[in-house]
Design a protein around this ligand. Structure first.
Ligand code: 16G
Ligand code: ZN
Length: 537
């Protein structure tokens, strides 16, 4: 039975702050780190329920606020196959987090057990990790108290680790022994080894790449990279920048993927060491997101190679490998994007015969849509993404009997890519290794990569409104259905601009709505965004 006394006294030590409402949003809970202890305690309770519900499979908890400032923190649950918590459980997380008192919390909890048909006698297994944020330590303590009070006595603490490594762990922990041998040891070391081995195989016979500058956002990516880098340094020399994880205030400050994408320029620390024509990339604070960039050799202008450019590069390369393997009739590749994908990238993909689907913002939506293809490439423009190979596809590749050495090589390359690319969630490090492999195979630098298509000028603006929930969208957030009549007025503005496209959506992480606009010219995109923003504010 539910250990009511233990729970009650433990919960009293983690009272919910008054006057705060927590929401389990697109990326879990996220707010100021010092307000989250009660929430982490309660996530511990939910993680145990989730694990029991799924017959004792391992559930993950990641404590991070990704690209947000160091003072923020957050937490999200990871389901057994390494994917985000099933959306139908998000409301339970929100409900638990907002119970005002211990007795209310117990009431919610005792209600959930029969409602979710949880068999209390089942075991529970949980693995957790955190990024480098200072508030993480106290939040781990609160989480452990919650787990302990629910009778989950030996959770696995991964310590300071990246979000994708935690997802890898969860997925690996739930595999049967035989499958685990193929997958890799479920530990941080096992993950690093798996990436290094796959990368080395794929780079065999390729000339060593020129050094890659990696901006680690002064976050946990720096720690992970320090472990990986020595294993591959003779194939890919890595120059890590922004690796200061001891000064909390440095995290994501004037560096990282979000800085680069938002400001459309290199972080000052990268600018200092960057030469024209040379590629660099930036990770975010928990290393699940990456963007590339370079300075144009002719005019020194900054050129961004964002998630859309990575998706097109990956889809093109993998599509070619599938053809070379003689499997293009069997294996279907698809690309999943969000409304933020640059219109030029979508056009380019379609032009190259690749099916494209658009889904609402947030990794879980892209992930689920990508699972429906044999090989699903998904990236958000901001750099979250990965490439998924379905189980069936992996079986097909393993069973494939190539008819020529070329087919054999292509098949082996595809199988190595399955190991190199994180199959649970996007990983900045795994993603940049994939990009490096592709560039090496194609003998391309950033300039050649960039030549596929030219981004349409675009602008993203944040608009503060009284009630963002009054904005309701459909068609993968591309069209407003409420407030009534607004969509038509947006259309009327959009129609005035050549190649104009604009949409309005409520943010899932901040109290605002976002307006995105693109058009054939810089001035046009700015003007379109400004006019639509005025309309909604
Ligand atoms: C979250 C999402 C990210 C999305 C962003 C949009 C995950 C892990 N993260 O950070 O994918 O791009 O939200 O933020 O799903 P917004 O709703 O505030 O625009
Ligand atoms: Zn992140």
């Amino acid at each position: 039975q539910l250990p009511v006394h233990a729970l009650s006294s433990a919960s009293d030590k983690y009272p919910k702050p008054q006057g705060v409402a927590f929401t389990y949003g697109t990326a879990g809970f996220r707010t100021k780190g010092d307000t989250l202890e009660s929430t982490l305690f309660r996530i511990g309770l939910l993680a145990v329920l989730r694990s029991k519900k799924l017959n004792g499979q391992t559930i993950g908890v990641m404590i991070t606020a990704s690209h947000n400032p160091a003072i923020d923190n957050g937490a999200k649950l990871v389901d057994p196959r390494g994917e985000m918590l099933d959306a139908s459980w998000e409301q339970h997380a929100t409900l638990l987090a907002n119970a005002e008192t211990t007795s209310e919390l117990l009431k919610v909890l005792t209600g959930l057990i029969p409602e979710l048909k949880i068999d209390w006698t089942k075991p529970s297994r949980v693995v957790f990790g955190r990024d480098t944020r200072p508030s993480g330590e106290a939040l781990v303590k609160a989480l452990k108290a919650g787990l302990e009070a629910m009778g989950c006595h030996a959770p696995l603490d991964m310590g300071i680790t990246t979000t994708p490594c935690l997802h890898y762990m969860v997925k690996g922990s739930n595999l049967k022994q035989e499958a685990q041998i193929k997958y890799g040891v479920p530990s941080e070391q096992g993950y690093v080894q798996k990436l290094a081995t796959a990368f080395t195989k794929l780079m065999k016979g390729k000339s060593p790449a020129s050094p890659l500058i990696v901006d680690c956002a002064n976050g946990v990516g720096a720690v992970a990279l320090a472990k990986l880098s020595p294993l591959i340094s003779d194939i890919l020399p890595i120059r890590s920048i922004c690796t200061n994880t001891s000064d909390a205030s440095a995290l994501n400050h004037s560096c990282g993927a979000d800085y680069v994408k938002t400001n459309q320029k290199p972080p000052p620390a990268v600018q200092e060491v960057m030469e024209k024509g040379h590629r660099a990339c930036s990770l975010d604070g928990d290393a699940d997101r990456v963007v590339y960039y370079y300075l144009n050799p002719d005019d020194g202008k900054f050129r961004l190679l964002d998630g859309d450019k990575i998706a097109t590069l990956a889809a093109g390369f993998i599509g070619d490998l599938v053809k070379q393997a003689g499997l293009s009739d069997t294996l279907k590749i698809g690309v999943v994007q969000t409304a933020y994908a640059n219109g030029s990238s979508t056009q380019y993909l379609q032009h190259n015969g690749l099916p494209v689907r658009c889904v609402p913002t947030g990794v879980k939506h892209l992930h689920h849509a990508a699972e429906r293809y044999n090989i699903g490439v998904y990236f958000e423009a901001n750099g979250h993404g990965t490439v998924l190979f379905s189980e069936e596809t992996i079986d097909i590749l393993n069973a494939h009997e190539p008819r020529s050495p070329a087919q054999e090589t292509a098949t082996q390359h595809l199988l190595c890519l399955v190991d190199l690319i994180n199959q649970a969630v996007g990983d900045a490090i795994s993603d940049f290794l994939m990009v490096e492999v592709i560039l090496a195979h194609k003998r391309w630098g950033p300039v050649e990569w960039d030549q596929g298509y030219e981004d349409l000028p675009n602008r993203l603006v944040k608009v503060n409104v009284t009630d963002r929930f009054a904005f309701k969208t459909q068609d993968a957030e591309r069209r407003l259905v409420e407030p009534k009549g607004l969509a038509e007025r947006v259309d009327a503005i959009v129609n005035k601009f050549e190649k104009g496209r604009s949409f309005v959506r409520p943010s899932g992480t901040e109290d605002c709505v976002r307006v995105y606009a693109e058009a054939s010219t810089r001035v046009g995109a700015d003007e379109l965004a400004a006019q639509v923003a005025t309309l909604v504010s």
